[in-house]
Design a binder for this molecule. Structure first.
Ligand SMILES: *[C@@H]1O[C@H](CO)[C@@H](O)[C@H](O)[C@H]1NC(C)=O
Ligand SMILES: *[C@@H]1O[C@H](CO)[C@@H](O)[C@H](O)[C@H]1NC(C)=O
Length: 546
């Protein structure tokens, strides 16, 4: 089996700590990403806790999940099959840490039909990120199958849930809340993918290459439309990671300055990986300079599909073929890569090393692959829906792209009627957003969204009725005096009043002239109203996407 070599002692220490053994001192540099976990019922046990999002499973970024929790005394740690033994109505399983891998607990819970799993720590300590044992391919192979959210809570929270279950006061209901798991300051999401171009280094690398292919279309359209600013990064190690001069030489470029973090028994020499990694960075630099940064995704997906190490295609020639197919300047990319044998520093690679370590609030990047959304590291399986949710959760409320409001990613609270906005006679102030909903009075109404009152257009200058104005909920209509009839009027559109022949004693020729004039002015009024409406509609749309 291919094996993954991590770049530093720190990374190894992290994995070991996170998997089985008791704790290390790495919490200071690596960021544990969290969501809120609340005990909702019974009320006497209500409380809110932080829980750490696992590095596998599928967290529902931007959303919530609520359900009845259960715990099996016969299988408290979830290390064997639960199937067929879940108590009636239980949707979320509590498993205690220990005796087997986190991945196994989650897998057993999912097999048994659980919608989510909570692992409770077995000693009181800081939260940690549940990771994947890369040196156990049999366990890592379960990861792509796990499609439920997985969270770790501290011992006190686990104890509280167990006391609530033991108290026998009816169902214990808990809620996961990922609404604040990703910061969402504005209308553009900055995101990064930290990866290796090597597609043959085990679970981490194959997950990356299938993600590049799957997410390409979404990534391209979000980037093209200006919703996101994406930057690729590669993880680098130093020569000292490798145990011998020979390995260092094979896995490093530029005189041992920059080393690949993955090597593979299936033939991707690290030196080649380093070269391909640098080319990917250069392709992005060249494309970004020509304002086509989105095309990087097309390149990366093509490279992952066609230039595979197993097939002996992990080469510069294969990379250049992909670039030519996409119409990218291969000379510009080659110039950026420069000489791999030169002992000099490369600015792009230096930038990677700095960014990997100096993350500030983002924490260090030590897991491969790592996705960063705004300042949060994405946790969970790299899959389409999960990553799209995480990106959507990074937009300020109401500024998310339309793709974030599609069913499958989004719950439409407005049509479900769970909102608390003003509503009356079919009018509603509810406007659906990715994270939930906001309340804005509809057109023709005024208020804060929780109370809306009808605007009396007839009492203002807003109506333009020639003779009689009738206010209606959210709009108005015009009527005419006796002896006239309304031409071209509809709700919100004034129309004009023309005399009814015979009713006014006016000569027929004059009526004809008046009618002709009326037709002309109706069209003008119609166009004006149409323009006004279109502008309004556009403003509304812009408010919804920016
Ligand atoms: C667990 O249960 C499932 C469903 O009944 C079954 O397919 C699977 O083989 C069981 N696994 C073990 C280890 O018993
Ligand atoms: C891409 O180009 C813009 C300017 O057009 C620049 O501000 C940005 O830093 C560049 N991004 C990368 C990753 O080079």
């Amino acid at each position: 089996m291919p094996s993954l070599h991590l770049p530093s002692a720190l990374a190894l220490a992290f994995l070991v700590t996170a998997l089985l053994a008791p704790r290390g001192a790495l919490a200071a540099s690596f960021r544990v990403e969290t969501n809120a976990l609340r005990i909702k019922e019974p009320a006497s046990y209500a409380g809110s806790y932080d829980s750490a999002i696992g590095d596998f499973g599928v967290p529902l970024y931007g959303g919530t999940l609520q359900g009845r929790i259960g715990h099996l005394a016969a299988n408290p740690k979830g290390c064997s099959n639960f199937t067929g033994s879940l108590p009636e109505g239980v949707e979320i399983l509590l498993a205690i840490r220990g005796d087997c891998f986190f991945v196994e607990k989650a897998y057993h819970a999912q097999l048994a039909g659980a919608k989510a799993v909570i692992v409770a720590d077995n000693i009181q300590e800081h939260l940690l990120t549940m990771a994947i044992p890369e040196d156990r391919p049999d366990i890592a192979a379960l990861v792509p199958k796990i499609a439920i959210p997985v969270a770790l809570v501290q011992k006190d929270a686990g104890d509280r849930i167990q006391s609530a279950l033991a108290a026998d006061q009816g169902a214990v209901i808990v809620e996961f809340d990922w609404k604040e798991s990703i910061v969402h300051p504005d209308n553009r999401v900055e995101w990064e993918l930290w990866f290796s171009t090597n597609t043959a280094c085990g679970q981490a690398c194959s997950a990356t290459s299938s993600f590049l292919a799957q997410f390409k279309d979404s990534a391209v359209s979000l980037e093209q439309e200006g919703f996101t600013a994406f930057t690729p990064h590669v993880m680098l190690g130093s020569c000292s990671v490798w145990t011998s001069e020979e390995l260092c030489h094979r896995n490093c470029i530029r005189g041992g300055k920059y080393c690949s973090t993955t090597a593979s028994s299936t033939g991707a020499a690290g030196e080649l990986t380093g070269r391909a990694d640098l080319r990917h960075l250069c392709v992005h630099k060249v494309l970004n300079e020509t304002k086509k940064a989105w095309q990087w995704w097309e390149y990366a997906a093509r490279f992952a599909a066609h230039c595979r190490p197993e097939a002996g295609q992990f080469t510069t020639a294969c990379s250049e073929q992909q670039l030519r197919d996409l119409g990218v300047d291969t000379n510009a990319v080659g110039g950026c890569v420069g000489s791999l044998d030169s002992g000099e520093a490369h600015p792009l690679l230096d930038a990677q090393v700095r960014a990997q370590n100096e993350r500030g609030p983002m924490g260090r990047v030590i897991m491969l692959p790592t996705l960063v959304v705004n300042t949060n590291q994405y946790r969970g399986r790299l899959n389409n829906a999960g990553v799209l949710r995480a990106l959507c959760a990074g937009f300020a409320e109401g500024t998310e792209p339309p793709a974030c409001l599609n069913p499958g990613v989004n719950v439409d609270e407005c049509t479900q009627g769970v909102d608390t906005c003003w509503k009356e006679n079919g009018f509603s102030a509810c406007v659906d957003t990715f994270r939930g909903y906001v309340c804005h009075c509809p057109e023709g109404w005024i208020g804060d969204g929780y109370h809306c009152t009808d605007i009396d257009e007839c009492a203002t200058e807003l109506h333009n009725c020639e003779q009689v104005c009738i206010n209606t909920p959210g709009s108005f209509r015009c009527e005419c005096n006796k002896g006239y009839k309304l031409l071209g009027g509809s709700p919100g559109v004034p129309g004009v009043c023309i005399p009814i022949p015979g009713a006014t004693g006016l000569p027929v020729w004059l009526i004809l002239v008046l009618t002709a004039a009326a037709v002309v002015s109706t069209s003008v009024a119609g166009i004006t109203v149409y323009r006004w409406r279109t502008q309004h509609a556009m403003q509304d749309e812009i408010r919804a996407i920016m």
